[in-house]
Design a protein around this ligand. Structure first.
Ligand code: ADP
Ligand code: ADP
Length: 225
C-alpha cells in the first residue's frame, strides 16, 4: 500500500521556487531515496513531508490522510538529521527514552523500549554513558535509536551519514538498511551521494532544480542512458 502520496507539490519561499510540482508515491516498507545536488530541493521536500513547512500548492497524504489536517504530534513521522544533537547531560538510555517521555509513555515502559532500541543498534553496553564518551558513529546510532523508539511509520533521514568518515559511513549504510528491513518502517533517505543511494535504496528519485527527473530502482537509474 502507499505510505506517502505527494501530489503536484509546489513550494515557494517569497519569489524563489524550491519545488516546481513534485509528484511521488512511496510504498509502505520502502527504502526510498531522494538523490540530487545541493540546492535541488531535497530538504525542502522532506520538511514538507514532516510538516515543518506548509506546501504552497499541491497536497501530501500520509496513509490516506492529508497532512495539512493532521496535528504535528499526530503525524506518524520522525526525523534524523545530519547534526544529531543528543542531549549532552543525559545518558544514552535517557536520550533514547526522551521522545517516549514526550509522548506520555511511563518510566518503566520507556526504559524497556529504549533498552530494546539500544540492542537493535548494538549499543546496550553504552546505555549509562554520556554522549561525549561515544564516537561519532555511535552517537549517530543513538540518534537513530531515539528516532525509532516512538515507532513512527515513516522515518525521514536527512544526510544522516555525511558527518561520518568514509569507513564508518560504509558500515552505517549496511546497518541502516538492516534496521529498515527489521522494523518494516518506511525510510525516506536524503543524500547527494550517488553511491550511497545506489547501494541502499529500493527506489530512488533523482532530483534537479526542484523537480524529479527520474524515479526507479538502483538498476533502472544506473542503466539509464
Ligand atoms: P537541498 O536539500 O537539495 O540542498 P534545499 O531544499 O535545502 O535543497 O533548498 C532548495 C532551494 O530552496 C535552494 O535554492 C535554497 O536556497 C532554497 N531554500 C530552502 N529553504 C529556504 C528558506 N527557508 N528560505 C528561502 N529559500 C530557501
Ligand atoms: P542542506 O543543503 O543540507 O539541505 P541548507 O544548508 O541548504 O541544508 O539549509 C539549512 C537550513 O537553512 C534549512 O532549514 C533551510 O530551509 C534553510 N535555508 C536554505 N537555504 C536558505 C535560503 N536561501 N534562505 C533562507 N533559509 C535557507
Amino acid at each position: 500500500s502507499t505510505a506517502i502520496d505527494i501530489r503536484s507539490v509546489v513550494k515557494r519561499y517569497g519569489t524563489a521556487t524550491a519545488l516546481h510540482g513534485v509528484s511521488l508515491a512511496i510504498a509502505d516498507n520502502e527504502f526510498f531515496t531522494l538523490l540530487g545536488p545541493s540546492g535541488c530541493g531535497k530538504t525542502t521536500l522532506l520538511r514538507c513531508i514532516a510538516g515543518f513547512e506548509d506546501v504552497t500548492e499541491g497536497e501530501i497524504h500520509l496513509f490516506g490522510q492529508n497532512i495539512a489536517g493532521l496535528e504535528p504530534n499526530h503525524r506518524p513521522v520522525n526525523t534524523v538529521f545530519q547534526q544529531y544533537a543528543l542531549f549532552p547531560h543525559m545518558t544514552v538510555l535517557e536520550n533514547v527514552a526522551f521522545g517516549l517521555k514526550m509522548k506520555g509513555v511511563g518510566l518503566s515502559e520507556r526504559t524497556a523500549r529504549a533498552g530494546r532500541m539500544l540492542e537493535m543498534v548494538h549499543l546496550s553496553a553504552f546505555a549509562d554513558r554520556l554522549p561525549s564518551q561515544l564516537s561519532g558513529g555511535q552517537q549517530q546510532r543513538v540518534a537513530l535509536a531515539r528516532a525509532l523508539a516512538p515507532e513512527p511509520k515513516v522515518l525521514l533521514l536527512d544526510e544522516p551519514l555525511s558527518a561520518l568518515d568514509l569507513k564508518l559511513r560504509q558500515a552505517m549504510r549496511v546497518e541502516l538498511k538492516t534496521l529498515q528491513e527489521q522494523t518494516g518502517i518506511t525510510f525516506i533517505f536524503v543524500t547527494h551521494d550517488q553511491e550511497e543511494a545506489l547501494t541502499m535504496s529500493d527506489r530512488i528519485a533523482v532530483m534537479s532544480q526542484g523537480r524529479v527527473q527520474q524515479i526507479g530502482t538502483a538498476r533502472d537509474i544506473y542503466e539509464a542512458p
